[in-house]
Design a protein around this ligand. Sequence first.
Ligand code: GTP
Length: 188
Amino acid sequence: MEDESYEILYKVVVTGDSSVGKTNIISRFTSNEFAMENKATIGVEFGHAQVQIPDGTQVKVQIWDTGVKLPPIIIFVNNPPTAGQERFRAITRGYYRGAVGALIVFDITHAQTFRNVEKWLSELHEHADTNMIIMLVGNKTDLKTNREVATDEAKKFAQKNDLLYIETSALDGDNVKEAFEQTITAIH
Ligand code: GTP
């Protein structure tokens, strides 16, 4: 970032199934943009942003986006492999190294993406710092009529697993800033 006024740098990874809205949550947060077309994330892609948390500290956030299975060299920089793939272990460790926070995103209109949160969680527990702050994010709240995951169910799961919980819409921008701010405040 050209602006050198930040005091602290935190690495936050954003994980979750394909198409749940990770890229759009990030772009909504970093540049207030949303893209309607579903382009799978290919290549290096991370955003950054600066936020001020309640105690007045300026925090720079580096956001690492995860994507689909990609050539190893790109995976090494940015994308963790599919959970559990033995030969990618070293790469996975590198991806999570130094991360102090994570957002695990699921799509409230696709129950399977919520069931898979368990998988992303074990991936984090296996590779990341045990003190990591994890925010569970139920995205696409604008699609109310298609909801397949009840808020209470997701909240219960979050409580049981020591996660923060928030529901967002990258499309209308609801709670996106809050998701990052609450995560960073908890880290700090
Ligand atoms: P991968 O890069 O494949 O891992 O996907 P991703 O998790 O980054 O999802 P992405 O941000 O590319 O969004 C997938 C699709 O969902 C796109 O068509 C988006 O326009 C749409 N989408 C993302 N967030 C929302 C949302 O909050 N509401 C609605 N209605 N659609 C969304």
